[in-house]
Ligand binder design. Structure first.
Ligand SMILES: NC(=O)C1=CN([C@@H]2O[C@H](COP(=O)(O)OP(=O)(O)OC[C@H]3O[C@@H](n4cnc5c(N)ncnc54)[C@H](O)[C@@H]3O)[C@@H](O)[C@H]2O)C=CC1
Ligand SMILES: O=C(O)CCC(=O)C(=O)O
Length: 447
């Protein structure tokens, strides 16, 4: 079978097999389109059926998570860990606590994570996990009891050299602390088992900032390629969590203006630039809605709905909320708004028709697996510090992060050019990330 026939047969198979997993199918379709030229070049990958093997996780663990709320009611959620690929190292990837979590979403995230982690140049495989538990409106004690029950089961399957979870939507320092405490109670103190830890027991300086800062370092490389300066640019940001906050902070440090942030019900436009200290207070300390930001800042206006539907001139966009937040109408609005550069802070924030439209309009897109890889890259640096029983300074870690983001950009840009897709960083990132994983799988005998 030649490469074209193999890819066509594989895609047909996937469309039947994964019809009930739309997000996973979406990511497979995007990926396979990019890596087709690699299969043309490497008939041995076709012969070894690499694509179909790679698309099935090495293991999926699914378990019940019983917990009690503050009124003493017995509650239950489903927990998961998708251990997708250990070709390059221990499974590595975040945990998401959000009511929309299901197997399709975690498989899409886990699959992306394999190639993102490969792009970082660090020795880490790909995984993802989480639960359909909704942290919204829960007390600290409820979050603690849930996290303890979740870890009581998860600890059987993870370890510093086996699988190292971290945070994602709904899982930040507070949750990682509760998860770590329960792991320690059962298995003993092994600080390399989770990353994104508080600093006092093995967390890395700059991990909190890393994903948002990294997304900005990445867009800065994109701007430089086109001969443009980041200073003076206006940026639309979505989300108001870990990634959005630190993307806004780094943009302003580099002289750009972040004019928006959003949450699941509405968004803020602040033409004078988001006040990051106020945003941190509202979201990280008080854990309130964005309306509290608007109440405290005269220049800010709160709107209901999606920030991507807002008519406003900007140069850059950093979607940093969730998957498929930008669809075709929002892509058209972004083009109308004058946006020319997008760095995907969230995972898969643009759906396929939106991506196609933006590429056709010559918008330069930094795909998630490259642009938001700074978080997991610094997680790998946290693992390295834990193994050495050392902690590096903020400047050291931030310097390494900048170098890693630059390398990822250069590798994606070069791969795109080498495979006849010049300027398409989506294709370039997929190809560069995949080639390393494919070589490792082949050399390990496709175990
Ligand atoms: N935290 C990290 O290190 C990394 C996170 N990411 C991705 O970045 C995105 C944001 O993650 P974090 O900032 O860590 O999470 P977070 O929980 O700190 O913040 C998520 C933000 O998105 C908003 N949001 C959630 N669902 C939404 C929806 N349906 N519509 C609009 N807004 C919504 C929330 O209100 C919140 O402001 C996710 O796609 C995540 O997978 C990617 C790489 C690393
Ligand atoms: O830091 C990590 O291990 C995970 C980060 C993550 O979940 C992601 O890159 O999407």
């Amino acid at each position: 079978m030649n490469a074209q026939e193999y890819i066509k047969t594989t895609q047909e198979k996937w469309h039947t097999q994964y019809a009930a997993e739309p997000e996973f199918l979406q990511v497979l379709d995007e990926f396979v389109e990019s890596v087709a030229p690699v299969f043309e070049e490497h008939p041995e990958f076709v012969e070894k059926n690499l694509l179909q093997i790679l698309a099935i996780p090495e293991r999926i663990i699914s378990f019940r998570v019983p917990w009690t709320d503050d009124e003493g009611n017995f509650r239950v959620n489903t927990g998961y860990r998708v251990q997708f690929s250990s070709a390059l190292g221990p499974y590595k990837g975040g945990l998401r606590f959000h009511p929309t979590v299901n197997q399709s979403i975690l498989k899409f995230l886990g699959f992306e994570q394999i190639f993102k982690n490969s792009l970082t140049g660090q020795p880490i495989g790909g995984g993802k996990g989480g639960s359909d538990f909704d942290p919204k409106g829960k007390s600290d004690n409820e979050i603690m009891r849930f996290a303890q029950s979740f870890m009581t089961e998860l600890q059987k399957f993870i370890g510093p050299d086996l699988d190292v979870p971290a945070g994602d939507i709904g899982v930040g320092g507070r949750e990682i602390g509760f998860l770590f405490g329960q792991y320690k109670k059962i298995r003993g103190f092994e600080n390399g088992v989770l990353t994104g830890k508080p600093l006092s027991y093995g967390g890395s300086l700059a991990r909190t900032e890393a994903t948002g800062y990294g997304a900005v370092y990445f867009i800065n490389e994109m701007l430089k390629t086109k001969g443009e300066d980041i200073a003076g640019k206006r940026a639309i940001i979505s989300g108001a969590g870990n990634v959005a906050i630190y993307a806004a902070e780094k943009l302003q440090q580099l002289g750009a203006t972040a004019i928006s942030v959003s949450d699941s019900t509405g968004y803020i436009i602040d033409e004078t630039g988001i006040d990051v200290a106020l945003l941190k207070d509202v979201k990280e300390v008080r854990r309130e809605r964005l309306t509290a930001y608007a109440e405290a800042k005269e220049t800010a206006t709160y709107y209901e709905g999606s920030v991507w539907d807002h008519d406003i001139q900007a140069d850059l966009a950093i979607p940093a909320a969730t998957q498929n937040e930008v669809k075709l109408p929002q892509a058209e609005q972004l083009i109308k708004n004058g946006v020319k550069f997008i760095s995907e802070g969230a995972n898969m924030p643009l759906d396929a028709p939106a991506t196609e439209k933006l590429l056709a309009a010559d918008v330069y897109i930094g795909p998630a697996k490259a642009a938001n890889a700074g978080g997991v890259a610094v997680s790998a640096l946290e693992m390295a510090q834990n193994s050495q029983r050392q902690s590096w300074s903020f400047e050291e870690v931030d310097g390494m992060l900048q170098d890693i983001m630059k390398d990822i950009y250069n590798n994606a840009e070069t791969a795109a050019r080498e495979y006849g897709k010049e300027g398409n960083l989506i294709a370039g990132a997929n190809i560069a990330g995949f080639k390393k994983v494919a070589d490792a799988m082949v050399s390990q005998g496709l175990v």
